[in-house]
Design a protein around this ligand. Sequence first.
Ligand code: PA5
Length: 452
Amino acid sequence: MKEEPKIHKRVGRTLNSMLMKLNYTNTSFAVSEEALRAHKALAEQAYRTTVSKSGRGNDFLGWVDLPAGISEEDFATIEQCADRLANKSEVTVVIGIGGSYLGTRAVVEALQHSFGAMVPQQRPYLLYAGNNMSEDYLHDLLEVLDKKDYSLIVISKSGTTTEPAIAFRVLKQHCERKYGLEEARTRIVAITDAARGALRTLATQEGYDTFVIPDDVGGRYSVLTPVGLLPIAVAGFSIRKLVEGAKAIRAELLSHPAFADNPAMQYALVRYMLYNQGLKVELMTSFEPRLFYFVEWFKQLFGESEGKEHKGIFPAGAIFSTDLHSLGQYIQEGTRQLFETVLTVEKAHHHVEIPFDEKNTDGLNYLQHRSIDEICHIAQQGTCQAHVSGEVPNIEITIPELSEHHLGELIYFFEFSCAVSGYMLDVNPFDQPGVEAYKRNMFLLLGKPGVK
Ligand code: PA5
C-alpha cells in the first residue's frame, strides 16, 4: 500500500477553507512527532492560561475577545471620523511608535498599491512620524506637508512617549500655522488612554476628536482597536473585513482546546521545541514585499512579549528573493542558530507574464508565457528545499491572497500564538520592562525634570 505523504501528518489542523494554513512538515528532522506529543500538555496548559485569563499580565488580555466585541456603532463612529478626515486630506500623518503605528503600517502596506505615493489616490496616502528621532526625516516631512492638504492622527497609549510627543509638537504647530487654530483642530484626532497622560490632557484642552485605547489592551496588541482601525479606514480599507477575519480565526482557536486541533498551539510548541534545541533566532520571511511591515509588526509582537528574563527567541525578518542575495549565504551555511517561518500568499491579484523574445539574448525564452507569480512560487519551493537541506527548519503559514480578511486572521493568529508562547516560556508576555532602560538614560542625559 502506498504510504501517505508525510506532509499530511504535520500540516496544522485544516481549518475552515477561508482561513490561513500552517504547515510544519519541514521541521520534522529537528522536532519529531513523538517529541511534540510528549510536550503537548505544556502548550495546552499555556492555552488554558490564556483563555481563562489567569496568567501573568492578565489585566492585558482584552485583545482575546476584542474582535467579537466591536459593535456596529463602534465601526460607524470610526468610519465617519475616517471619512471626515479623508474628505479634507491628500495625506494623513500617523504619529506613533511601536504598537501605536506598526499594525496600521503592516495592514496598509500589505493592501495598498506598491507605489501608492506615485499614483492618483481616492483616499489619503498615509505617512508616518514619531517613530524615529531623525531631524532630516521630520524636515522632509514638513516640506511635503507644505504642499499637501493633510490631517494628523496622533496615537500614544501612555500619552507621554518622547518620539511621538516631539513629532506631534512640531506637526501641530505646522498645522495650526497652515490652517489656523480652528481648522487645525478639525484636522487632528488623538487616540490615547481614557483618562491618563499628557496627550489626553492636551486633546481635552484643544477639543480634538478622540478615541480610547482600552485599558486591558497593550500597545503591540492594539491594532484591532481604534489605534489601527481609524488610520486603516482613512486609507480606504475595510475595517469590517479585517475584524471579520480576526473573528473567524478567534472562533476556531477558542473552540479547539486540544493541541491536535489548534494551529496556534502547534506553531507555538514547534518554535518552543526548536528554541530549546539551540535555534534561538526565528527568521520570518516572505516572497511578498508588501508584507515587509507585517514582518516588522511580528518582530515587535514577539520580541517585546518573549524577550525577557534572559529568555526568548530573537525575531528577525527578511524579504525574499531580495534578501536571498544578501542573507541567503548565511541562512544556507552560517551558524546553525535559526529556523524560518515563511508567510506565503497563494495568489497574486494581477497577472504579468514573461514575454517571448525572438532574439532570446538573455536566454529567458524557456520561461515564456509563465507568470511571475508561478515563477515566484517555484523559487520559494527551491529555496525551502535548499534551506531545509542546510538544516534550517521551515514552518510555512499560508493565506490565499492579500486581503483585509486574511490579514485579520494572521493578526489574531500571531497575537494568540504569542501569548501561548510567552506562557510556555514562563514570562509575562504583556509587559516590556526592558524598554525603560534606554529611556531613563536618555532622560538623564537630556536633563528631563524629575528624573534622577
Ligand atoms: O507594545 C507596546 O506597548 C509598545 O511598543 C508601545 O506601543 C510603544 O512603546 C508606544 O507606546 P505609547 O503608545 O504609550 O506611546
